[in-house]
Ligand binder design. Structure first.
Ligand code: GN1
Ligand code: MG
Length: 351
């Protein structure tokens, strides 16, 4: 299959080295190397991205805007296939696209140092800032209601009424805890009504593996732009808190290892605000710490809903994998909330 995709990009070299690349749960990604040249090829999950053409249009719109307004910004555009399109399909329904591999770049799955967190947060802040001025209403919504916490919460309420009774009975304590946090949804409902919260070009998947670093560990650019859509800054900032603060990720089963590191919180804050500090409104600044609660809570609900649904969205590698992920995120949110006073002091230094 991959061979026919590569052919459509005019790559026919026989001595290709094909490696799996990255650790995403949704799309499949490979690195293809041939004689010192390298490409990234990605298969789009069309169960999640129902209209892959929309992704292509968004990337074209962004690339066009940057070319005029910020030509020096490093933006990795998809490669054109022989037929001139940047997306090809094989098997009638599977969509693929390819990117040039940025020479000397590498990506990482784990944030090891506060400096790396600072670099990543600077990159995601810069991405939104460089796209200031674009008409966000022209961007396609590649996943409808993707970070709409109110909708996610309603899906959770529905599934706890209609889902698998045995799995629900075993999860009573977790459900109680998730319901106790419903005030996080109320805050979001208010945000949606406020004109003081701006819709900006938002990445919506700010995990560390979506940043390219150079050999000196400096951030180069952001990648994986499928979920770039209009959104609130709390999505991007909050997902960095969610994924960089703890030394372990959402798959960790030993929840005593799920802790939050204030020095990493400070690094994210400093990096993000170095780009976005002058852009945020006062109301947005007041929700800086809320961003983490918003994203961690939403992810807990999404994993749990999928677990009760029979693991149809997130690839589960073992029976209770999505339950463990949900419990892990609950532990993370508890640890996060314990540090709120400390976070308030840190944010006060930068805002
Ligand atoms: C998915 O596939 P990946 O790792 O880029 C998900 C994110 C979640 C994440 C949790 C389109 O991202 O929203 O935060 O898993 N992406 C989509 O690991 O649902
Ligand atoms: Mg992604």
């Amino acid at each position: 299959m991959l061979e026919s995709v590569l052919n459509q990009y005019g790559i026919v070299e026989k001595s290709l080295v094909v490696e799996n690349f990255g650790s995403g749960l949704i799309n499949n990604t490979w690195k293809i190397s041939e004689n010192g040249n390298a490409f990234i090829v990605q298969k789009i999950n069309t169960n999640v991205f129902k209209k892959p053409g929309d992704i292509e249009q968004n990337i074209d719109l962004i690339a066009g805007f940057l070319k005029i307004h910020n030509p020096d910004y490093l933006f990795v555009s998809p490669l054109q296939a022989v037929n001139g399109k940047s997306m090809v399909y094989a098997n009638e329904e599977d969509f693929y696209r390819a990117f040039p591999f940025v020479p000397g770049s590498y990506s990482k799955d784990i944030v090891e140092t506060p400096e790396q967190a600072f670099e990543a947060a600077t990159q995601f802040g810069r991405f939104t800032k460089k796209l200031k001025g674009i008409d966000v209403t022209k961007l396609k919504i590649t996943i409808p209601s993707f970070h709409d916490l109110a909708l996610r919460y309603n899906q959770f309420l529905t599934i706890i009424e209609t889902g698998n009774k045995k799995r629900l009975a075993e999860s009573a304590e977790l459900i109680r805890q998730l319901k106790d946090w419903s005030y996080i949804v109320d805050v979001y409902e208010r945000i949606k009504r406020q004109s003081t919260f701006k819709l900006r070009v938002t990445h919506h998947d700010t995990k560390i593996s979506n940043v390219l670093f150079d050999k000196l560990d400096k951030g180069l650019c952001v990648i994986d732009l499928d979920t770039v859509m209009p959104g609130y800054f709390i999505s991007d900032l909050g997902d960095m808190f969610r994924t960089y603060l703890s030394p372990c990720n959402e798959d960790e089963k030993d929840f005593s290892k799920v802790i939050v590191r204030p020095d990493f919180f400070e690094a994210i804050t400093a990096g993000y605000l170095s780009e976005m500090g002058k852009e945020l409104t006062n109301d947005e600044k007041e929700h800086f710490i809320y961003a983490g609660e918003f994203m961690i809570y939403m992810q807990a609900i999404r994993f749990f809903t999928d677990y009760i649904n029979g693991d149809i969205y997130y690839q589960a590698r073992y029976d209770k994998h999505n339950l463990v992920r949900a419990q892990n995120q609950v532990a993370l949110l508890q640890a996060y909330q314990k540090e709120k006073e400390c976070f308030t002091r840190i944010v006060g230094k930068y805002l």
